[in-house]
Write a protein that binds this ligand. Structure first.
Ligand SMILES: C=C1C[C@]23C[C@@]1(O)CC[C@H]2[C@@]12CCC[C@@](C)(C(=O)O1)[C@H]2[C@@H]3C(=O)O
Ligand SMILES: O=C(O)CCC(=O)C(=O)O
Ligand SMILES: [Fe+2]
Length: 382
């Protein structure tokens, strides 16, 4: 069956029912164990996506600027202005861009990918030591079986909290060691270093975003200096029917800025101009995208764009996602320079924990999240 790649946005904007609301009692809870599922001829129905959301594999490549950060990182003013201009242009269009010469050690990136196997290739029961609990966003999740009962993603994830509050925080290493055991100490160290590097890089990108919006380089850098971010390891096992399911369903990141590193397999797609486009792998580059929280901080000038990941029948795919989030007590409110009679406030003040609570409890994040969240806040406040 040929599936039209022009997706029906209306369908994707509906809030999704939670598992406990629509799971039939006579159905055994589903467990995503790739080592067992790969021997089944057919996918369990929960993984089969509706026709208008099924993936298309051969999609056009998205034209995204490749932004060279070398000049910016070494303090060259001309190169910095050019990088800021390119960032601004991409963020007004779709919110996705690539950065190269970003200063992150290639060995650290390689280790961050290879250490994923140490975790995801152990038996399910061992991974479940870190089981993500309902209502929480950290820990191990095999698909999202505990949260949703349909349109399940073909993936496993391990997520953990990062805090940039203290200079030498070991929050990532401690969490991983404490939940997975002492044998994961080196594993913990790798992701602690990786998160430290990502937090640093995101502060640099915040400078460029501030310059591009005409509010100065310090504005957003200072706002995010004490970030409480989320790191997620995405592990997509091969799937016998990749044309029926998705690795990550269409969504907009509710967070502020995402820095993603994908391996050489490919699968990331972005919805631009009513069509899905691929962002092809490039080991030297990080894929950066604006999330809903930054869209609100920019008073809607910069876009948080719908994206998804497709899977394939041959190879496991891995991606590393660092989701920059403001510290919990920071009020998300656009700088006054971005608000005037022509461009009045689009969203009310909020804090990141409020938006996180909303998306976790009430909504699967999509293009209408901020609108739905605004209505929910207004109802709650009246
Ligand atoms: C299915 C989903 C998981 C997610 C919420 C979402 O609806 C789409 C975005 C996902 C994400 C990415 C950033 C971190 C996270 C906690 C968030 O706020 O949005 C996760 C959500 C999650 O894992 O629950
Ligand atoms: O794996 C990918 O390429 C995308 C993952 C993603 O969008 C996410 O984790 O929010
Ligand atoms: Fe995402």
């Amino acid at each position: 069956m040929a599936i039209d790649c022009m997706t029906n946005i209306q369908t994707m904007s509906q809030p999704q029912k939670h598992h406990h609301q629509d799971n039939k009692e006579d159905e055994a809870p589903l467990v995503f164990d790739a080592s067992l599922l790969r021997h089944q001829l057919n996918l369990p129905k929960q993984f089969i996506w509706p026709d208008d959301e099924k993936p298309c594999m051969n999609v056009p490549e998205l034209v995204v600027p490749l932004i060279d950060l070398r000049g910016f990182l070494s303090g060259d003013p001309v190169a910095t202005m050019e990088a800021a201009r390119m960032v601004g242009e991409a963020c007004q269009k779709h919110g996705f861009f690539l950065v190269v010469n970003h200063g992150i050690d290639a060995n650290l990136i390689s280790h961050a990918h290879s250490y994923m196997d140490d975790f995801f290739e152990v038996p399910l029961t061992q991974k479940q030591r870190a089981q993500r609990k309902t209502g929480e966003h950290c820990g191990y999740a095999s698909s999202f079986t505990g949260r949703f009962s349909s349109k399940l993603p073909w993936k496993e994830t391990l997520s953990f909290q990062f805090s940039a509050e203290e200079k030498s925080s070991t929050i990532v290493k401690d969490y991983l060691c404490n939940t997975l055991g002492q044998e994961f100490e080196q594993f913990g160290r790798v992701y602690q270093d990786y998160c430290d590097a990502m937090s640093n890089l995101s502060l640099g990108i915040m400078e460029l975003l501030g310059m591009s919006l005409g509010v100065g380089k310090a504005c957003f850098r200072e706002f995010f200096e004490e970030n409480d971010s989320i790191m997620r390891l995405n592990y997509y096992p091969p799937c016998q029917k990749p044309d029926l399911t998705l690795g990550t369903g269409p969504h907009c990141d509710p967070t502020s800025l995402t820095i993603l590193h994908q391996d050489q397999v490919g699968g990331l797609q972005v919805f631009v101009d009513n069509e899905w486009h691929s962002i092809n792998p490039n080991f030297n580059a990080f894929v950066v995208n604006i999330g809903d929280t930054f869209m609100a901080l920019s008073n809607g000038r910069y876009k948080s764009c719908l994206h998804r990941a497709v899977v394939n029948s041959k190879t496991t795919r891995k991606s590393l996602a660092f989701f920059l989030c403001p510290k919990g007590d920071k009020v998300v409110s656009p700088p006054s320079e971005l608000v005037d009679d022509l461009t009045p406030r689009l969203y009310p003040d909020f804090t990141w924990p409020m938006l996180l609570e909303f998306t976790q409890k009430h909504y699967r994040a999509d293009m209408k999240t901020l609108e739905a969240f605004t209505n929910w806040l207004q109802q709650k406040r009246s």
